[in-house]
Ligand binder design. Structure first.
Ligand code: 261
Length: 410
């Protein structure tokens, strides 16, 4: 007698107890279990399927049976047409709108003279203090001031740009749903709505100015480039993509810088190597992006037709969330993935996504993070983590340290 091997459906009832707060505090234990038991699984609190391994994330992001869709809370926050959630001609147009300023030859032309003086000026404000909270005093300001100036928001203060990304973030990731699939915390979108009203009060007049008189800011180019003579893109058409920038592009280089620093602080001998040899900074950043991926689980795709993937039958029109931050901790690809290690084999990771919606700002962001860390290590080579203060990471959609206290001898 022979026994036929049976495919056992894993018991995933434990997923019913997963809460948004738990995922935001520390998503790794839940996702470790998902990767082992069900790399494509319906997560009740999210009301959606989640892809948690590199293989399944890559397949969902690159398969012609899927196309882009914005997450429900993301769509509630940004509206339509946001570049991350559209397809076909609108996506082609929005990519052609944002890409010119992000082309490597173009970035190489401006990025050093944009970012280095900003980093230098921030460092001057605290390098003689012997201590700093680096997230608020360095990582976030470098990120928002650099992109703010590129976009044409020179007159918007750092703290305003930081406040905007934080409020858009909380709205965009207000993902919890109830048993009927309705948003569990609808009031969680209200502050994002107020932030958008404040943003429009500042950006509308700039759009009016640049519509009449084109400037050299990125947003002015978004209005005019590729349009027939005398025509501009409508403000309602570009606002959702402005919000994409004011959240992700403003916030994530700061997360990347801060996470890389926390990773290096966890390996003091590796921090010393990087300080002694700044050519190692790009590797340090790449490992930081793998170790704590800033865009941890904020994008999605939807099936265009019935699809069977990882043993799961998905009807047409099924959204799947891409948990790249989990994929980047897969033990199939990485030894001891929760350890920061500058010297691990430099395998590609998924922190910038994959497929036709992969990050358009990858080249720009990597240079911003590199230049910021070069200037920090040059100014303060004897930087240490202040171990009297805890480092707490937060976020499921977007993830990074909430603060990072450092000290040094002056
Ligand atoms: C610039 C990338 O910004 C985002 C990416 C994914 C989700 C939301 C974002 O604002």
């Amino acid at each position: 007698m022979t026994t036929t091997p049976e495919r056992t459906t894993p018991d995933l009832t434990w997923l019913d107890d997963v809460t948004m707060t738990e995922l935001e505090r520390n998503p790794y234990p839940v996702y470790e279990r998902l990767r082992a038991e069900a790399p494509l699984a319906f997560v009740p609190v999210l009301g959606a399927y989640v892809a948690s391994t590199p293989e399944v994330c890559r397949e969902v992001a690159t398969s012609p049976s899927f196309e882009a869709v914005i997450t429900p809370a993301g769509g509630r926050t940004f509206g339509h047409p946001a570049i991350i959630g559209v397809n076909g001609e609108i996506h082609d147009d929005l990519r052609s709108m944002v890409e010119p300023a992000l082309q490597p030859v173009e970035v190489d032309r401006y990025v050093d003279e944009l970012v280095r003086p900003i980093a230098r000026q921030l460092l001057e404000q605290f390098e003689d203090d012997g201590r700093a909270e680096l997230v608020a005093q360095f990582c976030e300001p470098v990120s928002v001031r650099s992109l703010g100036n590129l976009l044409g928001l020179e007159d918007v203060p750092n703290d305003t740009l930081r406040d905007w990304f934080a409020r858009l973030n909380r709205s965009f990731t207000n993902a919890a749903v109830d048993e009927n699939g309705e948003f569990a915390n609808p009031e969680g979108f209200e502050d994002g709505d107020r932030a958008k009203a404040e943003i429009q009060a500042v950006v509308d007049p700039l759009i009016e100015k640049w519509t009449k008189e084109p400037g050299d800011s990125a947003i002015s180019h978004w209005l005019h480039d590729g349009m027939p003579e005398g025509q501009t893109r409508d403000r309602d058409y570009i606002y959702p993509t402005i919000y994409v920038y004011l959240l992700g592009a403003m916030q994530e280089p700061g997360h990347g810088i801060a996470s890389t620093l926390v990773g290096l602080f966890s390996r003091p001998e590796q921090l010393e190597e990087v300080v002694d040899d700044p050519t190692l900074v790009p590797r340090a950043v790449s490992e930081g992006m793998r170790w704590t991926s800033p865009i941890w689980s904020a994008t999605a795709r939807i099936t265009k037709e019935p699809v069977t993937l990882a043993g799961v039958d998905l009807p047409a029109g099924t959204p799947v969330m891409l948990s790249y931050g989990s994929a980047n901790h897969d033990t199939g690809d990485y030894d001891a993935p929760s350890t920061y290690d500058l010297h691990r084999p430099p395998l590609p990771h998924l922190a910038f996504g994959a497929g036709n919606h992969a990050c358009a700002g990858i080249y720009y962001a990597n240079h911003v993070m590199r230049i910021a860390l070069e200037e920090l290590f040059e100014a303060i080579p004897n930087l240490e983590r202040d171990t009297s203060e805890d480092v707490e990471f937060w976020g499921w959609g977007f993830r990074g340290p909430t603060s990072l206290h450092a000290t040094w001898e002056v």
